[in-house]
Design a protein around this ligand. Structure first.
Ligand code: NPQ
Ligand code: MG
Length: 369
């Protein structure tokens, strides 16, 4: 297989519900979709970088630039292109995991479509459906949060995750726990606290949370280990886990009992699978995180979340949770579960007219480097 042509398409899609986190308020999604045309047919990738650095250093314009200037020339130089060879070629450049994951995702899609094999089969999926969890943004008032969460509980989500930050933590968690004594409930701080907040965070132990996700800074792995010793609530790491190696280090330090896996954060689905393998070897449960992806990104996430070590509900939601109209046929939920696509590659196709309607910019590349 050989890379012949790439289309970098920026799309803007209004969010069905505004999403506020400690990182800021998002009203719409600005997403980069990469179409890779190869000698064996097309494949699609989705970039999960946000418009501004915040979740991590990466941001959308920077990711698009590094893809065009460095990653695509390295991948286009390969005559026998496979997903693993693409990843190896891109590994020559440090960092930029979300940019790398975008290219790898598209190459893997093209390669699998040509082989009539699904993402799920290629990655090693053992389930045909995945448990869906919902990530709930910071609300203006406790009453508004209660109303929003009630709706999600009625819709059948298998777990509720509350975004927290200093000033919006114990009270919302207490209110939701009092109203819903039996739901699986967890909190995600997106690195909004420091170790100086350890005693305050320990008050969350009263609410029987399944986990507390990334309370401290991305680089504060040792502080997470110290915090874990002070809390009964299990610590899950998201931002801090950037590779299989860093997952092994965090586990060895005692910094986390659970790992959130996002392919974009770790450079692609192949590295995501290696993190799954490392965690499984240490009996550390993992679950699939989300970045408010379109149906394309969610299709790949569903395949990943169907691996055996993914034993907790994913941040994978029906399309309607995010967008009035998704770029693929809508992803739907039934009794809190979402089907893993089983068609070739991602198993879902972008609908050309919908993609076109959302498009804000397109760059076509036919000569690389
Ligand atoms: C997380 N995602 O687990 C992320 C972070 C996050 C579903 O909670 C726009 C697009 C805003 C993606 C804010 C979820 C976002 C975003 C936060 C992702 O940490
Ligand atoms: Mg998170």
């Amino acid at each position: 297989m050989k890379l012949e042509r790439v289309e970098l398409r920026r799309i803007g899609i209004p969010l069905a519900t505004p999403f506020r986190t400690s990182l800021g308020l998002e009203l719409d999604r600005d997403i980069l979709i990469l179409r890779a045309d190869t000698s064996e047919g097309p494949g699609w990738g989705e970039c999960v970088a946000m418009p501004e650095p915040g979740y991590s250093e990466e941001y959308l314009d920077g990711a698009a630039h590094v893809i065009q200037r460095f990653l695509l020339p390295a991948v286009a130089a390969l005559d026998d292109l496979t997903p693993a060879r693409a990843a190896a070629a891109m590994a020559a450049f440090p960092g930029n995991p979300m940019a790398k994951a975008t290219v790898e995702m598209a190459v893997m899609d093209a390669w699998l479509r040509a082989r009539r094999s699904s993402y799920a089969d290629h990655l090693g999926a053992v389930r045909s459906t995945v448990e869906s969890g919902v990530s709930v943004g910071i609300a203006d008032t406790i009453d508004q949060l209660l109303a929003e969460v009630s709706g999600y509980v009625d819709q059948g989500y298998r777990r509720i995750k509350l975004k927290i930050e200093p000033g919006w933590d114990l009270e919302p968690v207490r209110a939701i726990r009092e109203r819903f004594p039996d739901i699986a409930l967890q909190a995600d701080a997106n690195a909004a606290y420091t170790f100086a907040d350890a005693r305050h965070l320990a008050a969350l132990d009263a609410f029987d949370l399944v986990m507390l996700e990334q309370p401290l800074g991305t680089a504060d792995v040792r502080d997470h280990a110290a915090l874990a010793r002070m809390l009964r609530t299990p610590i899950c790491l998201d931002e801090s886990i950037t590779s299989a190696r860093s997952a092994a280090d965090a586990i060895a330090l005692g910094a986390c009992a659970i790992v959130n896996i996002k392919a974009g954060r770790v450079g692609g689905y192949l590295e995501a699978r290696r993190i799954h393998d490392v965690c499984a070897a240490h009996s550390v449960p993992v679950w699939c995180g989300g970045m408010l992806e379109t149906g394309l990104g969610q299709a790949a996430n569903l395949a990943l979340a169907a691996l055996p070590g993914f034993t907790m509900p994913a941040d994978i939601a029906p399309s309607a949770r995010y967008f009035a109209t998704d770029v693929t046929a809508p992803i739907t939920m039934s009794e809190g579960r979402i089907a893993v696509p089983d068609g070739p590659g991602l198993g879902l196709d972008p609908i050309p007219e919908i993609l076109e309607g959302y498009t804000t910019d397109v760059v076509t590349i036919t000569r690389f480097g």
